[in-house]
Design a protein around this ligand. Structure first.
Ligand code: AHG
Ligand code: MN
Ligand code: MN
Length: 333
């Protein structure tokens, strides 16, 4: 079979569909290269002295792992000098990161969760990187945080990498979803799945069931009905998976369907769930919609939400369309 590299895929997309401007192509290649570097560090594990805690906390009060910080630095350094970005934002940085004055500035803004699934780093379970690309408002010198406050529907590209048994990169530029596998010997990304599609129906769900007692009624009802199996109202048996790395859970759903949920709950009523809108929920929702699935916060389409702060949290329901529609309906009842 003829191998198509990420570079070749991007060039052909640019030429045939005119869907990827040259600067965006550069951006995606640079992010992919950074993910390759992160993948290498992840793969070294204890040998690379990359495991364990860094002894610091991020703005959200979460303990930072060494790999959280390292991955953040890798992405920042890779993306600073190319001239394709106006600014960056990350889970691991309180405010936005300006491009230093010594470099030219471009028209895009990049947001990322440099290392998703941090609790899995030290136990050798799949982790990943999530990224989202927005356009900077025109004629802007240095963007402000306010310039990042665009709904997810404005994303021009989004993707994630999974550092697992295989390292893969899943990408959308608004023209379907494609998956690339890292050829570790050659050091290149090879197109391995074209136009990924999420089945509309599923028998698999993902939620952290240890929080059951804190859930609100719509989620309790939805999960109870699935648990009731073939003799319950759904008339079929469901299976459950929870990896605690959103990238790995979403990657399974892209491959064989399912619904992923991280609802808001009564633990901390002021917190709208755990996951962050700008660099977790939005890029994943863009990818899921592009693969024929759906994504909501339980009430409305995720990509329509107008953000108000960089690190805001949001309830997440995404995956197989009919299931996401059902649980969203339960929230309206
Ligand atoms: P991060 O490591 O970037 O902070 O994100 C972890 C997220 C997500 O990947 C996962 O689905 C979820 O946290 C797991 O949360 P629980 O530990 O509450 O199950
Ligand atoms: Mn994350
Ligand atoms: Mn993270």
């Amino acid at each position: 079979m003829k191998r198509v590299s990420l570079t070749q895929y991007l060039v052909e997309e640019q030429r045939l569909n005119n869907s990827i401007p040259a600067e965006l192509r550069l951006l995606i290649e640079v992010v992919a290269r950074a993910c390759k570097t992160i993948s290498h560090a992840v793969g070294k594990g204890a040998l690379g002295e990359v495991l364990g805690s860094a002894g610091s906390e991020n703005v959200q009060g979460e303990v930072q792992k060494k790999l959280d910080i390292l991955s953040n630095e890798i992405l920042l350094e890779a993306n600073e000098w190319g001239g394709h970005l106006a600014a960056m934002a990350s889970e691991e940085m309180e405010t936005i990161h300006q491009i230093p004055n010594r470099y030219p500035k471009g028209e895009y803004m990049l947001l990322f969760d440099p290392l998703d699934g941090s609790s899995n780093i030290d136990v050798n379970v799949s982790i990943g990187t999530i990224f989202s690309v927005l356009k900077a408002p025109e004629g802007m010198g240095s963007p402000t945080e306010q310039d990042f406050m665009q709904p997810g529907s404005k994303q021009v590209a989004a993707g994630y990498a999974v550092y697992g048994p295989q390292t893969v990169l899943v990408l959308t530029t608004g023209n379907g979803v494609n998956c690339f596998t890292l050829d570790r010997e050659m050091g290149s990304w090879v197109l391995t799945q074209r136009d990924m599609q999420i089945p509309a129906d599923t028998k698999e769900f993902a939620i952290n069931a240890s929080n059951t007692r804190h859930w609100y009624p719509p989620v309790t009802r939805y999960v109870e009905e699935m648990l009731a199996g073939s003799t319950g109202p759904r008339g079929k048996d469901f299976n459950m998976r929870w990896i605690a790395s959103m990238v790995a859970d979403v990657h399974r759903i892209l491959n064989r369907g399912g619904i992923f949920m991280y609802p808001a709950d009564a633990r901390e009523p002021d917190k709208a769930g755990k996951l962050r809108l700008m660099y977790e929920a939005n890029p994943m929702s863009f990818i899921v919609e592009q693969a024929g699935g759906a994504a909501t916060d339980g009430k409305q389409r995720m990509l329509d939400i107008q953000p108000s702060t960089l690190h805001q949290r949001v309830p997440v329901f995404l995956g197989s369309r009919n299931e996401v529609e059902r649980v969203t309906q339960y929230h309206q009842a």
